[in-house]
Design a protein around this ligand. Structure first.
Ligand code: GMT
Length: 381
């Protein structure tokens, strides 16, 4: 099948999921076309099964805001016609579902009918999408999608709660490719980050307010008072400068390493002992799953879809949003005893395996089949 995938090409979770899904679909013999404004960060070499089409938005001085949706929908129309694309999968409702629907309508004028799958990722619903300025357009484009999927039960419930949705929403969780981890590094080069006797605590995100970055620093501050430790902060975003300042104020700058964005997440997680994710809201928490797959237990908030990934007392611990005292106490329960740490590490990887791509990919293929067959009234093979 020829599939067009629309996503954000950045380090955000929705772009990562879309990219990994596209790569896996290509491995299964599908022809995948990514349509976005830059080559997705996790997309490696292109080949005859994986194509990338860049959306250009020409600058025009009359416009205060350049019309990306317009350029995207036009690019989709051209790409779908040129390559005979049979199915469109858009990740993150804003503005992708809206632009995708416009492309569908333009194509229908030329008697080309293409089913559209929309995958809801989180902030497109819980933060941005529910804003009154966007809500009518988001509701409309979700209702006009042929199939809607969400990455957790929690996000599905929130979507139905916030919007007037008439479509079914199918839950397809985020996934991870277990095979990529079977050849884990034998030497993580841990010594580059910390002394042998120090534990390594890690946080990875896009450093937005929703991630509660000051909580990460506060939790670590409490941890390092009891156990020798380093904090590795990976990512870039608006909250980073404040976090650096807070570390200075707390006198822990020497114990905290800010790495910036990295394409070597697995190498970093390989030497990590604990992962912190105290988010305000989190539809799934792909970063937590990636940590778990690398044998790293997770201390998190209990918000949104995180409890569907991090199991209380098994793969880590969950607390109410903002309860940094309890999060630090739980972190110390794990870090203070090597036998306990080993137990949590083993549990984390075992639990993460449930989300292996081999279990999740067939769910996406099933929704593609359903959308294709209901659109074309013929069997998908
Ligand atoms: O905020 C982020 O982490 C980025 C954001 C995105 O869409 O790029 O992530 C959302 O989608 C991920 C993939 O489905 C989920 O794992 C994240 O939990 C979700 N983020 C939030 O809900 C805050």
């Amino acid at each position: 099948m020829k599939i067009a995938i629309v996503c954000y090409p950045t380090f955000g979770g929705s772009g990562v999921v879309a990219t990994e899904l596209g790569i896996a679909l290509a491995d299964r013999g599908h022809e995948v076309h990514f349509v976005t404004y830059r080559q997705p960060v996790r997309l490696g070499l292109l080949n005859n099964k994986i194509h990338f089409h860049e959306v250009h938005v020409p600058e025009y001085p009359l416009f205060k805001y350049q019309p990306y949706e317009l350029a995207l929908s036009s690019k989709l129309v051209d790409t779908i016609k040129l390559y005979g694309i049979e199915l469109l999968h858009v990740h993150y409702a804003i503005p992708h579902a809206y632009a995708g629907y416009m492309a569908k309508k333009m194509l229908a004028e030329e008697n080309i009918h293409i089913p559209m799958i929309t995958t809801l990722h989180g902030t497109d619903i819980t933060l941005v999408g529910k804003h009154p300025f966007y809500k009518p357009a988001v509701t409309f484009s979700i209702n006009k999608s042929d199939v809607v999927t969400s990455v957790s039960e929690s996000l599905k419930a929130q979507t139905l709660d916030i919007f007037d949705i008439r479509n079914e929403i199918e839950v397809i969780p985020n996934f991870i490719d277990k095979r990529k981890y079977s050849s884990s590094f034998t030497d993580c080069q841990r010594s580059l980050m910390a002394e042998d006797h120090e534990k390594i605590v890690t946080h990875i995100s896009n450093f937005r307010k929703v991630k509660r970055i000051p909580d990460v620093v506060q939790i670590f501050n409490k941890i390092q008072k009891e156990v020798p430790a380093k904090l590795v902060m990976v990512g870039e975003g608006p909250e980073k400068a404040g976090a650096e300042k807070l570390c200075e104020e707390l006198g822990i700058s020497e114990r905290v390493i800010f790495l910036g964005n990295s394409n070597e997440i697995d190498r970093i997680l390989c030497f990590s002992d604990l992962f912190l994710l105290p988010s305000e809201s989190e539809s799934f928490g792909l970063a937590a799953l990636e940590a778990m797959m690398n044998k790293v237990p997770v201390i998190s908030s209990n918000t949104g879809g995180i409890p569907e990934v991090n199991e209380q007392g098994v793969t880590g611990f969950l607390s109410d949003v903002g309860d940094v005292d309890e999060m630090a106490e739980n972190a110390l329960k794990i870090l203070s005893d090597d036998a306990v740490l080993e137990k949590f590490k083993a549990n984390a990887v075992k639990s993460a395996e449930k989300f292996d791509i081999l279990n999740v990919l067939p769910l996406y293929e099933a929704v593609y089949k359903k959308a294709y067959e209901s659109r074309f009234n013929k069997t998908f093979s």
